[in-house]
Design a protein around this ligand. Structure first.
Ligand code: DGT
Ligand code: MG
Length: 581
């Protein structure tokens, strides 16, 4: 929980102010029963009205001061805890942002969401509680004990028995509670995960009529959450009344003992009233303390989970001084003996011994059966992942020395799975380049054959997209995604199967525009159709994570068996020729 240090050093002063006010409040509460006993034993017993009035006035003043302290404490405590919660959430969000894919994939997405929301709230609540009731409870408890013993040592014998029993109960509660609360938190993760998966795939779920199945999964997670929560509540249901019972027995004992002593004329009634008052305060304080422990346990479990994210060390390191050379045209990429495997997939490498060079301005087609590692190969260039062995250089600089942000500035990607964000079309296109002029945006949209359909929308570029662009067709989304990449004017352009949802005519038009655009841009084009890549400067053929052929269409037709097989499967025996331009 080292991450808390920062906030402690930032907020401890105000925290202490709140604690000061809480102590004032507790002090006011502690004085009341004693004054009360004086009023009874002196004022009432001796029928001295002036004494009653005087002490009554004192009581009023003390109560008023207590109330003022309580208000101030409330204000300070809310301020500190809200600020703390907001800062913690912001820092956690920033941390998650800064982590590499590999780091993030160690957590489930659902659990990252609960960590950001529920866990932060738990810790925030605890901090808030610390400044309110949590400090007050022990103060009241110890204070009441002292005041009670001072008031009447004979009655205090009862406390000698009651307090240890309650202490043991609270300790037991704490011990048994911890693992249970951790379990509750995990179960809540489960519920979030199921909902997330369902919502992100809601159309597919409905299309396949899998609602019952999904509902079943939800039911399961929900029931698990219920059971775990019930277990915890049951625990509280046993411990809290036991504490209550013990203290109430104590009160009865005090009444009995006190009545006996009053009968013997060894003490006055006022003492009994005051003593019972202190006992109730102790009871209240102990109940709160067990609540505090429960909240502490919950907050600790949450803090651990937040700490897990904070302690992730970003595996991607770089040298601040390293920079890509400024000379143009840039965009040379060298793969040298690159191997790569995703973490957790049994160490099986997805890419093996990749060697290739892409020169500035070259267009490289990448083709291969599904799962052969094409997307994985191109995802290494913007350093989404680091290679397991071997190196990748961009413009002669090993990308492991480069700040990924600087590297990615030079690269534009059209991912295989189109992802758009809620906002207007223009806002989405500006992701490519914030400062792009309107002309540049329209130009990019034109190249991606997106301008005509955008212009046909009543609101044109101001058309709002739903989350992930749900109000667009697959092909429209793909074209926006291409335009977004073109707005960037990158050195390296990566197109991952980005024309899969387009008809051949549109694809051809886009390819022609790209040719002019990409004259000095290194283009990596992944495609399923041979026709999409056959006129590239070089075609890379992938099979099972390896490059089995590099060359032009003609050379590959002569030398690469896999390429010929792909070709035959797409065209039959009649093999096409590259059109002379
Ligand atoms: P495609 O798009 O269907 O034509 O296939 P490729 O060639 O783009 O294949 P790719 O690179 O997506 O996948 C290669 C292998 O890597 C495949 O066995 C699945 C695995 N893989 C891909 N993405 C991930 C990932 O994010 N995590 C893990 N653990 N494995 C992945
Ligand atoms: Mg792919």
């Amino acid at each position: 929980m080292g991450f808390m240090k920062k906030y402690v050093s930032k907020h401890w002063k105000l925290f202490l102010v709140a604690v000061f006010f809480v102590s004032m409040e507790a002090l006011a509460d502690l004085l009341q029963p004693t004054i009360m006993s004086h009023i009874l034993d002196v004022g009432v017993a001796e029928k001295r009205l002036d004494y009653v009035l005087r002490m009554g006035g004192l009581m009023l003043i003390i109560t008023a001061l207590g109330a003022v302290a309580a208000s101030l404490r409330n204000i300070v405590a809310s301020h500190v805890s809200q600020k703390f919660g907001t800062e913690l959430r912001a820092d956690l969000f920033e941390k998650i942002q800064s982590l590499s894919f590999t780091n993030i994939e160690r957590f489930e997405r659902a659990s990252l969401i609960t960590r950001l929301t529920n866990d932060v709230t738990q810790v925030q609540n605890f901090v808030n509680g610390l400044m309110r009731i949590f400090v007050k409870a022990p103060l009241l408890c110890i204070g009441s004990l002292i005041m009670a013993v001072r008031l009447n040592p004979h009655l205090a014998v009862v406390l000698l028995i009651v307090v240890p029993i309650v202490g043991v109960l609270v300790a037991l509660n704490l011990k048994v509670g911890f693992t249970r609360f951790v379990g509750v938190q995990k179960a809540l993760d489960g519920v979030n995960r199921v909902i997330r998966e369902y919502l992100s795939g809601v159309r597919v779920v409905k299309a396949f009529n899998r609602f019952d199945h999904e509902a079943g999964k939800f039911q399961e997670a929900n029931t698990d959450y219920q059971n775990k929560s019930i277990q915890v509540t049951r625990l509280l249901a046993i411990f809290n009344p036991s504490i209550l019972l013990t203290v109430n027995f104590g009160i009865v004992a005090v009444l009995w003992l006190g009545a006996w002593r009053v009968n013997q004329h060894q003490m006055q009634v006022g003492h009994i009233v005051a003593f019972v008052n202190y006992m109730t305060q102790i009871l209240f304080a102990l109940m709160t303390i067990s609540l505090v422990f429960n909240m502490f346990v919950r907050a600790k479990a949450s803090a651990n989970r937040i700490g897990e994210v904070f302690t992730q060390v970003n595996e991607m390191t770089w040298e601040d001084s390293a920079a890509l050379p400024a000379h143009r045209p840039g965009g040379r990429i060298d793969f040298e003996n690159v191997s790569f495997g995703y973490e957790g997939s049994a160490g099986e490498p997805v890419l093996k011994n990749i060697n290739m060079t892409c020169l500035p301005g070259e267009t490289i087609g990448i083709i291969g059966s599904t799962g052969s590692g094409k997307s994985s190969l191109v995802s290494l260039v913007p350093r989404f992942y680091d290679t397991s062995s071997g190196s990748i250089c961009v413009d002669g600089v090993d990308i492991r020395q480069l700040d990924p942000a600087k590297l990615r500035d030079r690269i534009a990607i059209v991912p295989q799975k189109t992802i758009l964000f809620s906002g207007t079309i223009e806002e989405n296109l500006r992701w490519g380049h914030e400062q792009a002029t309107n002309d540049e945006i329209v130009h990019a949209a034109n190249m991606a054959e997106a301008h005509s359909f955008i212009a046909a929308c009543p609101e044109g570029y101001e058309t709002r997209l739903g989350q992930r662009g749900v109000n667009l067709s697959g092909g429209q989304k793909q074209r926006l995604s291409i335009a977004r990449a073109l707005v960037r004017k990158p050195d390296i352009l990566i197109l991952d199967d980005c024309t899969s949802a387009l008809d051949t005519a549109t694809e051809t038009k886009i390819k022609q525009s790209l040719k002019a655009f990409a004259a000095d841009v290194t283009c990596l084009i992944i495609a399923q159709r041979i026709t999409s890549v056959m006129d590239a400067d070089k075609v890379v053929v992938m099979d099972d994570g390896e490059i089995v052929g590099i060359g032009t269409h003609e050379t590959l037709m002569k030398s690469c068996r896999v390429y010929v097989e792909i070709c035959q499967s797409q065209f039959g025996k009649e093999l096409p020729h590259v059109k002379a331009e």
